[in-house]
Design a protein around this ligand. Structure first.
Ligand SMILES: *[C@@H]1O[C@H](CO)[C@@H](O)[C@H](O)[C@H]1NC(C)=O
Ligand SMILES: *[C@@H]1O[C@H](CO)[C@@H](O)[C@H](O)[C@H]1NC(C)=O
Ligand SMILES: *[C@@H]1O[C@H](CO)[C@@H](O)[C@H](O)[C@H]1NC(C)=O
Length: 566
């Protein structure tokens, strides 16, 4: 529990006060959603004695100033470029006020919950272990049990949260309440044994690490060892080392530094690292097999994050921020997401702010942009609209869209792209996005927010990726293929920078949209679809940035040249 010399006596006194207290302090609506996201069916009221762990994010200070610092650090040519911040330096700017901690503990004390509450070591999140019944009184709400029709997953959630007037301004989020959780961007695995006899696609069009090494111009590199490549795994998705070993026997790039041929698995928030998982995760295997094959001899680390689906990014970000700079990965590849409209604005903002902190600490965060084009289920607040992805709209991550074809690449039809309804367009992309908007004549601008942060930023191959799952070879499609591919090429560049005594690239976007944009291969054909109910929905890849394939696909040697000049 939180103990501070000045606040402790007051808290203890209140903690012992009569149970009648809560009802005497009026509450005001803090946040509400109209209904659960479409996949979630409402069941009976949640049992009052069901255990629940509430996580209350205290309000951080000075976020706009901090964002400017994070931007300066990521802007080539700025005097602060590459001067990444330690957690202590970050917290010297944004740590919650002492008063916020005191008010939150007083509120918990008024509900006899101060003794069940613990402040995280960083001092920005209060974790309350209680029951649904107590949480309902604290938050002036009612929890119901919901079932996800697609996954069968069950969750207890509330559709509104009300808090005392005195607590406003002191907290950013309290969950699990109104947010139902993120999901895996699931690539579908189609086994085909043996590879060469498969009839689903001509063999020449399969994507392998060797194919990518030609396509993205990293075939001839000297062995790289510095730095660390990070891969995030959530929702009980585990990779298999034996599948990786089988994969590398066939698909390791010939003559490529790759003697490590494995990865370490680290648990975060009670995640697990089974030595030989009964059923390896397709997503996890895909990510690990491609990252390992592409990143030469650079150590690879798989972060297996446990816990509630709706706080996976919080667990991961806080964990990585708590590491020393030497322990942190330089790049993290993530292939999980959700519809932006299903993520409450408070959760989206807090999560995105956590990513900005990781960027300032020197971590490049790359996300798959989603596999539904401009969206599926395209109704927002009762109106037809494109359905942007989260964190696609977060301006502090690099979103990777999809391409297909290993000769001349074109946009992959299901690659995610669009415009955020939550986050405004950041300055680093304004020139390119404005240029696209001025050329755009799709006649559908009423369905998306042309002032929003636009994505994807970049793209990479997303189809016919050969992988091994459970000993069998098969192929997968999805931006889940593109994210680890682009992320791994960035880590090759980082590793060279570290070997040369330079800083890693950190938050990439100002660099990508700046001098590095000419080092990418612009994709100028194909289009993305989605939102079938909207006539002509989708975006076409054209010359320059576009919301189908962003700035384009990587060219390692060209990016290296720009990096050498940065
Ligand atoms: C960008 O590229 C130009 C031309 O090569 C170079 O003069 C300039 O220094 C570069 N700027 C940065 C910040 O790297
Ligand atoms: C705690 O309860 C006291 C007494 O009812 C009230 O004055 C105070 O505002 C409450 N504090 C909070 C943060 O709700
Ligand atoms: C393809 O299938 C044929 C007949 O089933 C088999 O003889 C051959 O060995 C297979 N080729 C490869 C490369 O596995």
């Amino acid at each position: 529990m939180f103990v501070s010399s000045s606040a402790a006596p007051a808290i203890l006194a209140l903690a012992g006060a009569a149970l009648a207290l809560p009802s005497t302090v009026p509450k005001r609506l803090f946040e509400s959603v109209d209904a659960a996201p479409p996949a979630w069916a409402k069941n009976e009221a949640a049992a009052k004695d069901e255990a629940i762990e509430l996580r209350i994010q205290l309000a951080h200070q000075n976020m706009p100033q901090f964002h400017q610092m994070a931007l300066d650090i990521a802007t080539p040519g700025h005097e602060k470029y590459g001067k990444h911040m330690s957690l202590e330096e970050i917290d010297a700017v944004i740590a919650p006020k002492e008063e916020s901690k005191q008010v939150v503990f007083e509120w918990l004390g008024n509900h006899s919950l101060a003794d069940s509450a613990v402040l995280t070591p960083r001092g920005n999140i209060v974790v309350v272990s209680t029951t649904v019944g107590e949480a309902e009184k604290l938050l002036g709400t009612e929890y119901h049990s919901y079932t996800n029709a697609e996954t069968g997953e069950k969750a207890s959630r509330a559709l509104s949260v009300s808090i005392p007037e005195a607590v406003f301004g002191h907290i950013e989020t309290v969950q699990p309440t109104t947010f139902f959780g993120f999901r895996e961007i699931k690539p579908t695995f189609t086994p085909h044994d043996p590879v060469r006899n498969d009839t689903n696609a001509p063999q020449a069009s399969y994507t392998t690490p060797t194919v990518l090494s030609t396509l993205y111009n990293f075939k001839s590199i000297s062995t790289l060892t510095k730095g660390k490549m990070g891969i995030a795994g959530f929702i009980k998705q585990w990779p298999s080392k034996s599948d990786l070993s089988t994969f590398l026997k066939t698909y390791a790039i010939s003559g490529f530094g790759n003697s490590g041929q494995t990865y370490t698995c680290t648990t975060v928030n009670s995640g697990q690292c089974p030595a030989s998982p009964a059923s390896a995760g397709t997503e996890a295997n895909l990510d690990v097999q491609y990252a390992r094959a592409i990143t030469s001899d650079i150590p690879n680390e798989f972060y297996s994050v446990g816990g509630n689906n709706n706080q996976i990014y919080e667990y991961l970000s806080e964990y990585l921020l708590g590491l020393s700079a030497a322990e942190r990965p330089n790049v993290i590849s993530v292939s999980y997401g959700g519809d932006e409209s299903s993520v409450t604005k408070s959760v989206a903002t807090t999560t995105c702010n956590q990513f900005s902190q990781l960027g300032a600490a020197g971590v490049s965060i790359l996300f798959a942009s989603g596999d539904s084009g401009v969206g599926s289920g395209c109704t927002i607040s009762g109106k037809k609209a494109y359905q942007p992805d989260f964190p696609g709209g977060c301006p502090w991550v690099t979103m990777v869209g999809g391409t297909t074809g290993t000769g001349t690449e074109k946009a992959w039809v299901d690659g995610g792209g669009g415009f955020s309804n939550y986050f405004d367009r950041p300055t680093w992309q304004s020139t390119q996005v404005q240029a696209w908007l001025s050329k755009n004549k799709d006649g559908n601008t009423q369905y998306y927010n042309t002032a929003g942060r636009a994505y994807p930023d970049v793209a990479a191959a997303a189809t016919y990726f050969e992988i091994v799952v459970g000993g069998r070879t098969g192929a997968v499609d999805g931006t889940s293929c593109a994210a680890p591919t682009f992320a791994s090429v960035i880590e090759l560049i980082n590793s060279g920078r570290l070997a040369a005594g330079k800083s890693a690239l950190g938050f990439l976007n100002p660099w990508l949209y700046g001098n590095a944009s000419n080092a990418l291969t612009d994709i100028t054909s194909g289009s993305i679809g989605g939102c079938a109910a909207i006539s002509g929905a989708g975006f076409t890849a054209i010359a320059g940035w576009d919301p189908a394939t962003g700035l384009g696909t990587p060219n390692y040697q060209k990016l290296l040249q720009v990096s050498n000049a940065t």
